[in-house]
Ligand binder design. Structure first.
Ligand code: 4GY
Length: 395
């Protein structure tokens, strides 16, 4: 990775490039950097780089010196980035994307900003480090380089990097403690001194959950919550065995999808009662006994029986998400479910109606007993629901 910084205040970068992660990574030959001053590319008297804004209101950086500096430094694989409060917010996902580039060219603006014609012609991406205004883009450029460097292999020690990847992805970090074990009357949480690694990591997960729910519940929308789930995720399909096409063709695929997405079991509930559900499961298993879903599908009398089964196995009451629960928006409903499941360490069961006719379990007013076409929309709603619940935004 190469960083080129274009800044009229290069003094800013001396200690930065010499020390910090950047300094170490440069010494190891993992990254390289270059610093250009647009003044050196100015053809105006006194190497001027700014001029009065058209329409009034302070000074603006001129297009030409910046253009020449970029032309001197960029190749066709360079990504030209302008640090500005109008840019795309810098988040870990963007940091990871940028770490895959081989040359980042960072422009540090000053004064009121940069001539827009230069931005249109040369800038690939504007990046902001937050909703506040600094006097120049130098500090944001350093923040970006620091964050990006950490994602280049070899820059940050393996131990730290691996732990971060497997535990804190998208969730807030846990509290940390060091010696002494008691400081000014405050003790380090006992579990951290216990030497029980299993207990320590489950304490950490719970602390991450607690802090995220308390301080940044918005993160739960996209965080990958899979490492934080203490109990299983289940699905329940409500079918009518008389609707043969669904039972025979759609169900196996649905069950297979649910298994592949990480569910523990799929319950089959029939509008015609438990025996009908059992017959249906047996018929399907006889037809393809080797199928992945064969051991995954289980007949049940209803939501209650399925819940009881889960409760026995998981030793915790499942959070039941009934069918038709998402009519007021999937986002709102899932936020509540995630909070409940993460806070209390509960299992969860998502119920899906897989029959055209109205089921007795369906909430009243839903399609008023009218037939409803499903099949393809069923795969969609299963996938979207589970995907947004697990929240693997980057996989
Ligand atoms: N915030 N994120 C930021 C900034 C300074 C006027 C354009 C920010 O990224 N950059 O505040 N930059 C401004 C100052 C010209 C850059």
């Amino acid at each position: 990775m190469k960083f080129t910084v274009i800044s009229a205040f290069p003094e800013f970068f001396g200690p930065f490039f010499g020390t910090s992660v950047i300094g170490k990574a440069t010494a190891k030959g993992l990254i390289s950097h270059e610093l250009l001053n647009p003044r050196d590319f100015s053809e105006a008297p006194h190497n001027q780089i700014d001029d009065y804004a058209y329409g009034g209101g302070g000074m603006v950086m001129m297009a030409e010196p910046l253009a020449r500096a970029v032309e001197a430094a960029a190749s066709n694989t360079s990504k030209v980035i302008l640090m500005s409060p109008q840019g795309k917010r810098l988040e870990e996902a963007l940091v990871e994307e940028l770490a895959m580039e081989d040359h980042l060219l960072l422009l540090c603006g000053h004064y009121e900003g940069v001539d827009e014609r230069f931005v249109e012609s040369f800038v690939d991406l504007e990046v902001s480090i937050g909703d506040f205004v600094l006097t120049g883009g130098e500090i944001p450029a350093m923040a970006l380089m620091d964050a990006v460097s950490r994602h280049i292999s070899g820059v940050v020690g393996k131990k730290e990097a691996v732990e971060e990847d497997s535990f804190f992805r998208g969730m807030l970090d846990t509290p940390h403690y060091t010696r002494p074990a008691e400081w000014r009357g405050k003790k380090v949480p006992g579990v951290l001194l216990s030497g029980d690694h299993g207990a320590v990591s489950s304490w950490r997960r719970q602390e991450s959950i607690r802090r995220t729910l308390e301080r940044r519940p918005d993160l739960l929308e996209n965080a990958d919550i899979r490492p934080y789930l203490r109990k299983g995720v289940y699905v329940l399909f409500n079918v009518d065995p008389d609707e043969e096409d669904i039972a025979e063709r759609v169900l196996p695929t649905l069950a297979e999808d649910a298994a592949a997405m990480g569910c523990k079991k799929a319950f089959l509930v029939s509008v015609k009662g438990e025996k009908a559900a059992r017959d249906c499961v047996n018929r399907l298993k006889q037809r393809s006994p080797e199928a992945v879903w064969a051991g995954f599908l289980k007949a049940a009398g209803g939501i209650e029986t399925a819940s009881e089964w889960i409760k026995k196995r998981e030793k915790a009451e499942p959070c039941v998400v009934p069918e038709g629960h998402f009519r007021n928006g999937l986002g709102t409903a899932l936020r509540r479910v995630k909070r409940e499941v993460l806070e209390k360490g509960k299992p969860v069961i998502f119920c899906f109606r897989c029959c055209r006719k109205q089921s007795p379990d369906s909430p009243k007013g839903d399609a008023e007993g009218k037939e409803r076409e499903l099949d393809l929309s069923l795969f969609g709603s299963l996938a979207v629901t589970l995907d947004r619940f697990f929240g693997c935004s980057r996989c």
